[in-house]
Design a protein around this ligand. Structure first.
Ligand code: TRP
Length: 353
């Protein structure tokens, strides 16, 4: 795709115009190794949306959001590149989608300021992510952490986004983005598209290998509990061998059998096989065999991505080039929305020379 479809509304002469493609947008935080859950629940789906050809897609690394918790600058730089490398390695194609770094499109921070003025203290206070993070980083409850959703709303609304594919944990942030858009449109007339959530199911259900009632989370201090896409084959196999299961032995979904249910879900998400097919395939075999099989299919899925991430990380010039082109395309569109917003609220735009 050469640019976002910005076609003007159909001409007056009644000529048929091709339908305008919907816009799908999602960002990832540059916060270290991405888990199998993130891959299956988000990235894999982003690639499918891109490849469907039905959407104009934008994917970015939310580097400004990362600053809401204290970062080591050197480490952050590396994580930003890694986030971009992961997007590309997972199959996001810069020829089809716009790929960029949030901070390269200055309109994000600018629209976020405006939206901050239309976002209420009360609604921000209710955000569960804010509550969780302020408990976790009690010595750094900064204003950015609090207004994080206004920046995320800016990310979305700048591009008149129709769909935002995110995991369940971001649903509340998406709802507030819709509320902000709706409030603004109510005051000034239609300015922003109200985005629809596109909550993905599979990955939202990938649980910890050590405590299968808990979600697989990249911040889990127990590294045996999570699979990341940078894990080696041997590490993956070992982690699956150690995965916690109940005292049963049959490879069958069942009430309270959280460990085996999780492994069956993972196997299903990775291979595309249904639960019934899997149960049939492993009939008469024990947990040991199944864990081994899970390790192998996951290693086969992760390996090519890991290898590509490594290649991209050795070719940062390429990543820089992708981002430069992506930011150029994104900012042309973003600028239109920003100017429209500035005008609506009554700011006087600088006069052209
Ligand atoms: N908050 C999202 C997360 O932590 C990342 C994000 C930032 C995002 N801006 C976005 C996701 C816009 C979707 C759309 O995962």
């Amino acid at each position: 795709m050469s640019e976002i479809n910005t076609a003007a509304p159909a001409a007056q002469n009644g000529e048929a115009k091709p339908a305008k493609k919907k816009i799908s947008l999602s960002f990832i935080q540059p916060s270290g190794a991405i888990t199998l859950g993130n891959y299956l629940g988000a990235l894999k789906n982003w690639v499918a949306i891109q490849d469907s050809g039905e959407f104009n897609c934008l994917y970015a690394v939310a580097d400004l959001h990362a600053l809401t918790v204290r970062q080591d600058p050197k480490n952050l730089r590396q994580q930003i590149y890694q986030g971009l490398a992961v997007l590309l390695a997972a199959g996001i194609d810069p020829e089809k989608s716009i790929v960029f770094q949030q901070s390269h499109v200055h309109q994000h921070a600018e629209l976020a300021w405006i939206l901050n003025c239309y976002t209420m203290f009360g609604e921000l206070s209710r955000m569960t992510q804010f509550k969780d993070k302020s408990a976790k980083y009690a010595d750094n409850i900064n204003a950015g952490l609090f207004t994080y959703p206004a920046l995320m709303a800016a990310d979305i609304l700048l591009y008149q986004t129709d769909y935002v594919p995110v995991g369940q944990d971001q649903k509340q942030h998406l709802e507030i983005a819709r509320d902000i858009a709706n409030r603004f449109n109510g005051i000034y007339g239609k300015t922003f598209t109200e985005p629809e959530p596109y909550i993905t199911k599979a990955g939202a259900r990938i649980m910890s290998l050590a405590e299968p009632t808990k979600k697989m989370s990249k911040s889990d201090p127990n590294k045996n509990a999570i699979i990341t896409i940078m894990d080696t084959d041997a590490e993956i196999i070992k982690k699956f061998k150690r995965a916690v299961t109940d005292s049963g032995s049959e490879v069958r979904m069942g009430e309270g059998k959280d460990g085996i249910n999780n492994l069956i879900n993972i196997y299903s998400a990775v291979t595309g096989k249904s639960v019934e097919e899997i149960e049939r395939e492993f009939e008469g075999k024990g947990y040991g065999d199944f864990k081994m099989a899970c390790g192998e299919v996951v290693a086969d899925t992760v390996r090519p991505i890991r290898e590509k991430v490594t290649d991209y990380m050795n070719n940062k010039d390429y990543i820089d080039e992708v981002c430069k082109k992506g930011a150029f395309m994104a900012s042309r569109f973003a600028q239109r929305t920003l100017e429209k917003t500035y005008k609506k609220v009554g700011l006087v735009l600088p006069k052209a020379d």
